[in-house]
Design a protein. Structure first.
Length: 255
């Protein structure tokens, strides 16, 4: 087997997500390369925030409940996330009050919002709020609570309590892991609670994420995929994962 580096790294990620761990010696045999090559690939993948090195190999970040920070996330799959963000904006229709989740893809959604009529945006993301502050026709409401340093998102019961007083037209939500079997999952229970509250206090909801999240499972499930009327991802989605989504009755759109 002779693969380009990008192909090897995809095999490593898929193997880690399926098995829960990527062992250096096992991967070297699988890929028919040296252990040094595997270690270099693992170092690259760790810098990209896709795995975390452990003794003898690595584990996918979803298994550890590990979250990369905004700087790391913002450098990954920017083109794909931009296309997904644009599709999400086009999905707003006549919504007057929306929820925008935290994360770089939601900052991209915010950056693309140019409503022709008044729009209220509720968010737990200080990054999103900063992008929208002062934008014509947009009123921003930031959920209160503890600020998470890695994501600049607010969390805990203050944020949930605020959401419980609202009626939203549309919630645009993300996840760290997305699969038919496990649904939409995240590493942190406090974040799961906020996403769940936003989902259940909105008339409509969509799930957005780049294709690397599909097939992965994180620690806490906050929703089944059937609870969203649409899942928007990029065209890097594999044929296998697309078939799984279709078989599971999940409505999805590729950007």
């Amino acid at each position: 087997m002779s693969l380009f580096s990008i192909e090897r790294r995809k095999v490593i990620i898929d193997h880690a997500r399926t098995s829960g761990r990527a062992d250096v010696t096992e991967l070297a045999k699988l890929l028919e390369v040296s252990t040094e090559t595997v270690r270099r690939d693992l170092n690259v993948l760790e810098k990209e925030g896709l795995i975390r090195r452990v003794h003898g190999g690595a584990v996918p970040v979803e298994r550890l409940g590990f979250e990369s920070d905004l700087a790391m996330r913002s450098s990954r799959m920017t083109e794909e996330k931009g296309r997904v963000a644009q599709k999400a904006v086009e999905y707003l229709a006549d919504a007057e009050a929306i929820y925008l989740d935290e994360g770089t893809i939601f900052r991209m959604v915010a950056d693309r919002l140019e409503p022709m009529r008044p729009l209220t945006v509720v968010t737990n993301s200080l990054d999103v709020a900063t992008s929208l502050a002062g934008r014509p026709n947009i009123e921003v409401i930031v959920l209160g609570g503890r600020v998470r340093a890695k994501t600049l998102g607010t969390a805990d019961f203050w944020a949930v309590q605020m959401l419980e007083t609202m009626v939203l037209d549309l919630a645009i939500i993300g996840a760290n892991g997305i699969s038919v079997a496990s649904g939409a999952t995240v590493p942190d229970a406090s974040i799961a609670e906020i996403k769940s509250a936003a989902l259940h206090h909105a008339r409509r909801s969509i799930l957005i994420a780049d294709h690397s999240k599909v097939g992965a499972n994180s620690f806490i499930r906050f929703a089944g995929l059937s609870e969203f009327e649409m899942f928007i991802t990029d065209d890097g989605l594999s044929a296998e994962h697309a078939a799984d989504l279709t078989a599971g009755g999940v409505e999805f759109m590729l950007a």
